[in-house]
Ligand binder design. Structure first.
Ligand code: BES
Ligand code: MN
Ligand code: MN
Length: 461
């Protein structure tokens, strides 16, 4: 199958041009103003699946954005791989921090990507990584190298909680039946240190509201006599961590499994340089839960973070005012076995309990999902590992990630299949941040590696 290298060399420019066209459409699922563009992107994906060689493609309507389904079934007795990805992207804000417009893709060289990287919202998360699978399929179908059956399920609401997909999957179990699920929506350690993501964290996302007096007040006339919701909210939030950066919500850690010494020692072997980490983020010191390393803090430990906080006067100049209400958005990253609904309840009860009588508190849950761990003693993992060995010349390191793809746990529950996370992005690719980019090398390496997964998975089955 060394023809894949040749195929990529011959079609490289077209592969880039096509991705650039896809990246030009601002498919921001969070903002209704982009509805038309999200739907246009769905059309684009559908057409691309057709062109890549699917026998059947469908625009599956849902209560929200459509799910694109495609398949090529060559022999019912052969294994079936289900590829999942998402065509929606995060909002581009803050737009003024982009060095080039987020929906005008441009290839620029960086220190980490000397061969160039495509700068655009969604380039890495997830349009670029999703599109690798379409190009890998194109290669396999057009050269007679497709060894097994394949199904595609590309959704448009991943960045807002995959509600419609959670509706779709239980209703289409037969259609989606598969032997393994393959996803490229994560990262790897470095271009010369391939790794396979073996875990995702769960998530509970809530919004809180603290209300004091029934209107904004003069902070001189009333200051000192009534509770200031912003002061109170700040105190309440601060109390959610103790001096060891342990989360103080009663019961929060009950379901958390401690890893064995051996497992932690194995994890610690993954290359990591704290000095470079700090330098890349312009920080003088790292911070986190006492007793755990940085790599443990961002993967095997749960966390609680304020994602946004507002209230009172934030306009120009000074206004002397005690706000009536203060707000915050809070996310908790969870580890396997922590149930996100239970955690959301624990948070709600605790937050209401710690509120002083002088204010009223409202907790509104947003979305959430369970964490996931991929077993490494499976044919699927072996096949992935061999695929990287073939194209990177190195055995990939299994590594749990801190990010979340909540729908993966639901796949396991509903479809009874395991997921393999072959991500080709880097943490420095700035997903969700201004100047998101995806290395051209990474894009092509992904296209090169994927067909080997198909080959080895079929052979090992
Ligand atoms: N692709 C990311 C998740 C990811 C990135 C996992 C890198 C591991 C490594 C996904 O699009 C994402 O952003 N997920 C959200 C959760 C979702 C419910 C909004 C997240 O992790 O914040
Ligand atoms: Mn993603
Ligand atoms: Mn994302």
């Amino acid at each position: 199958m060394n023809t894949i290298k040749t195929y990529i060399r011959e079609h490289k420019q077209r592969f880039l041009d096509e991705l650039i066209e896809l990246l030009k459409i601002p498919s921001v699922s969070a903002d209704k103003a982009f509805k038309k563009e999200v739907l246009l992107t769905a059309d684009f994906v559908l057409e691309s699946l057709k062109k890549a060689g699917c026998d059947k493609v469908e625009m599956c309507e849902t209560p929200g954005y459509p799910i694109i389904y495609g398949e090529k079934i060559i022999d019912k007795n052969l294994p079936t791989i289900l590829v999942y990805g998402h065509y929606d992207v995060q909002p581009a804000d803050p737009i003024e921090l982009w060095t080039s417009p987020p929906f005008e893709p441009i290839i620029k060289k960086t220190d980490i990507h000397p061969e160039g990287a495509i700068f655009a919202r969604g380039s890495c998360d997830d349009k670029g990584q999703m599109y690798m699978h379409l190009k890998a399929l194109e290669y396999m179908t057009s050269t007679g190298n497709l060894p097994c059956n394949v199904k595609f399920m590309i959704e448009g609401e991943e960045e807002v909680g995959s509600e419609s997909l959670a509706w779709f999957v239980p209703r289409n179990k037969e259609k989606l039946a598969n032997d393994v699920i393959l996803i490229s929506d994560t990262g790897m350690i470095a271009n010369d240190i391939p790794s396979i993501t073996t875990g995702l964290r769960g998530l509970s996302y809530v919004e809180v509201e603290v209300t004091g007096p029934n209107r904004d007040l003069h902070s001189g006339l009333y200051g000192g006599t009534v509770a200031n919701p912003i002061n109170i909210l700040s105190k309440m939030i601060a109390s959610l961590h103790d001096e060891n950066n342990h989360i103080t919500i009663p019961g929060f850690y009950d379901a958390v499994q401690e890893l064995s010494k051996e497992e932690r020692a194995e994890m610690a072997k993954a290359p990591f340089n704290l000095e470079n980490y700090k330098k890349a983020l312009d920080i003088d010191a790292e911070a986190g839960e006492k007793g755990y390393s940085t790599n443990e803090r961002n993967s095997i430990r749960p966390t609680l973070d304020v994602n946004g906080i507002w209230g009172g006067y934030i306009g120009e100049g000074a206004k002397t005012v005690i706000a009536s209400t203060a707000y915050a958005k809070i996310s908790m990253r969870l580890v396997p076995h922590q149930d996100w609904r239970e955690i959301t309840e624990l948070f709600k009860t605790h937050f209401e309990n710690i509120a002083p009588k002088s204010v009223k508190v409202k907790v509104t849950p947003h979305h959430g999902g369970q964490g996931y761990v991929t077993p490494i003693d499976t044919i699927a993992y072996q096949a992935a590992s061999k695929a990287y060995e073939t194209t990177f010349g190195k055995t990939p390191i299994p590594q749990r990630s801190g990010g979340s793809i909540p729908i993966v746990a639901l796949f396991e529950q509903e479809l009874k299949s395991k997921t393999i996370l072959m991500g080709f992005g880097l943490n420095s690719d700035a997903i969700h941040s201004p100047n998101e980019h995806f290395g051209v090398w990474n894009y092509l390496k992904g296209i090169e590696t994927i067909p080997y997964f198909y080959k080895y998975f079929t052979e090992l089955n």
